[in-house]
Design a protein around this ligand. Structure first.
Ligand code: HEC
Ligand code: HEC
Ligand code: HEC
Length: 128
């Protein structure tokens, strides 16, 4: 015969010890970033759809810069309309909460783009 209570306690202990590395991190560094959309533009659309922006905004910004600096073209025909190709006026015009939006993701991947050495963060909110 065996002691049912001890077996169950053993199983419970095993599960706790075995999964410890996973749940010890809950609420800590593993939290996925939650970029906050500025409430003033919530419900609007980005210059391209959300999935595209999430994956490709870096390349898009490079294209915008090249188009403006090399070709002098400042108008972008996006999937959702016509936009001025400007980091400050367009991107940061809508996403004026850089700390809660751009930085929330970038901090997660330990990335500090140097764009803000030269470009103004936001017209309304210059300190974050
Ligand atoms: C007209 C306002 C507007 C402009 C201009 C704009 N965005 Fe957005 N952006 C939004 C909105 C609204 C969403 C959320 C879309 C949704 O939820 O479907 C969004 C979504 C995003 C996302 C995805 C966020 C996520 O949670 O995955 C990224 C990244 C992003 N924008 C970056 C940019 C960049 C970079 C620029 C400039 C090239 C830009 N946006 C220009 C309004 C704008
Ligand atoms: C949904 C998360 C998310 C949001 C929101 C977001 N980014 Fe990013 N961004 C990333 C990730 C992840 C990378 C790194 C991608 C890689 O290395 O392939 C990145 C890379 C970049 C880069 C390239 C930097 C470099 O040095 O290579 C730029 C520029 C950039 N983001 C600008 C912005 C701006 C401006 C905003 C706010 C308007 C923004 N991002 C919002 C996730 C995000
Ligand atoms: C050393 C200074 C400097 C740095 C750093 C820099 N830029 Fe620029 N950028 C400029 C200048 C100058 C222009 C030309 C401005 C104009 O003609 O309107 C420009 C133009 C642009 C443009 C098109 C016009 C505009 O005003 O937005 C985009 C988009 C852009 N840069 C994106 C970026 C991104 C993204 C980063 C970071 C990965 C970055 N830049 C880093 C100086 C810089």
């Amino acid at each position: 015969m065996y002691d049912k209570g001890k077996v169950i306690t053993g199983i419970v202990l095993f599960v706790i010890v075995f999964t410890f590395p996973f749940w010890i991190n809950v609420g800590k560094a593993n939290i996925a970033p939650e970029p906050k959309i500025n409430p003033e533009v919530a419900g609007k659309v980005c210059v391209e759809d959300k999935a595209f922006m999430k994956a490709n905004h870096m390349q898009l910004l490079d294209e915008w810069r090249d188009s403006v600096v090399r070709d002098g073209n400042r108008t972008y025909m996006g999937g959702t309309g016509r936009y001025e190709m400007s980091l400050t006026n367009s991107c940061m015009g809508c996403h004026n909460n850089k700390a809660q939006f751009c930085d929330s993701c970038h901090n997660y991947v330990s990335l500090t783009p140097n764009c803000w050495n030269c470009h103004i963060e936001s017209k309304e909110n210059t300190n974050g």
